[in-house]
Design a protein around this ligand. Structure first.
Ligand code: KG4
Ligand code: ZN
Length: 349
């Protein structure tokens, strides 16, 4: 296999990410650059991402972020062999900025490009840190927009959803609970921090979708979010003080408990020996900690990328591109465009 340099572009939400990955002769990947320009501060006062604001921010950040990534990789644009870009799922306008930029770079350089799936990117991120994935394996993907259990038979060509949330994503629940507690957006990091000072058994919040008749591999977090809001409201109307750290710790424990219990059970039932946990919420200290404990008890190998690779970035998209090149998958045609609802089974389009 020949070595190849892949430039990856990510713009599905509020981070403009550009990564550079080298596919080496032996098929392993080397991360050469990972630059992210975030517009999160522009959205913070709205308590969530404003699509139009995100699109404009991508437009402004795209070229400077590509330039920064190449500089940090010590490469010139002409040394790039392939361009990979997130085609979906995500915000339509935001995706369009990345796809247009990728096509423009590919056309100008006369190089092939791959339109790739953001969700496959979250899983591929792990291969940048821990090497090739043992396949098949199960992946738990937990982000602001998605909560899914995936069977990865081939990272470049065969990803199957085995379960997902029926309502809120785990990250969404973090962001909504943070708002109830008066914490800033995005809510994951402040809740994670505050929970370390709280008692995770102080309040018995519900574990959604864990009843005997509930779907084994699906999730639900909207009941938990509502339970936290009701608990806080009742305390407030009684004039009592809110033990914010205990609420954060008890909420986090409920999320971590359900996510890790279901992911470990799915891996055991399917009969794989490796579980990957990825996506922004995988940066959570309790979720990765509890996953580690439960995987050790179940005899599973756990792989969690470092927090920087868990949250949205361009390196993970370059990694998918490199896996596609290694697998000999055909590049995308010029007709390919953004698909906000792209299904996880479509790794590249
Ligand atoms: O994967 P990501 O960066 O973007 C999406 O594709 O959605 O995930 C963002 C989500 C947000 O909801 C954020 O609150 C959550 O990841 N998050 C965390 C932590 N860091 C980020 N959730 C819990 N604990 C964290 N440490
Ligand atoms: Zn993401």
């Amino acid at each position: 296999m020949n070595r190849a340099i892949v430039l990856g572009i990510e713009s599905s939400c509020d981070e403009t990410g550009v990564g550079v990955v080298e596919l080496q002769g032996n098929g392993t990947l080397q991360l050469l650059a990972d630059e992210v320009a975030s517009s999160v501060e522009l959205h913070a006062r709205f308590g969530g991402v404003v699509p139009e604001v995100a699109s404009r921010a991508h437009l402004e950040a795209m070229q400077p972020t590509v330039d920064r990534a190449l500089r940090s990789a010590g490469l010139s644009l002409s040394e790039v062999d392939y361009i990979a870009v997130t085609c979906g799922p995500g915000l339509a306008g935001a995706l369009m900025v990345g796809v247009s930029a990728a096509k423009a770079y590919a056309a100008a350089l006369n190089r092939p490009f791959f339109g790739v799936n953001h969700l496959a990117g979250h899983v591929a991120a792990d291969t940048l840190e821990h090497g090739p994935l043992p396949q098949p394996c199960v992946a738990l993907l937990v982000s602001g927009g998605h909560t899914q259990l995936l069977l990865i038979e081939d990272l470049a060509t065969k990803i199957t959803e085995i379960g997902s949330t029926i309502d809120d994503a785990a990250g969404e629940a973090y962001d909504k609970v943070a708002r109830v507690l008066g914490l800033p957006y995005p809510g994951g990091p402040p809740i994670d921090k505050l929970a370390q000072e709280g008692n995770p058994t102080a309040i018995a919040f519900p574990r959604g979708m864990t009843g005997p008749r509930d779907s084994r591999h699906d999730f639900s977090f909207s009941g938990l979010k509502t339970a936290v809001a009701r608990w806080v409201e009742q305390r407030e109307s009684a004039g009592a003080e809110i033990p914010v750290a205990d609420v954060a710790a008890s909420f986090q424990e409920a999320v971590a408990d359900v996510l890790t219990m279901k992911a470990v059970r799915a891996a055991k039932e399917i009969g794989v020996d490796t579980l990957v946990v990825s996506g922004g919420v995988a940066a959570n200290s309790r979720i990765s900690g509890l996953a580690r404990e439960r995987c050790a008890e179940a005899g599973l190998t756990l792989r969690v990328p470092r927090p920087r690779l868990c949250t949205d970035n361009g390196a993970m998209i370059a990694a998918v591109g490199a896996h596609l090149v290694a697998a000999g998958v055909q590049p995308s045609s010029w007709e390919v465009s953004a698909d906000p609802a792209l299904d996880v089974a479509t790794v590249s389009i």
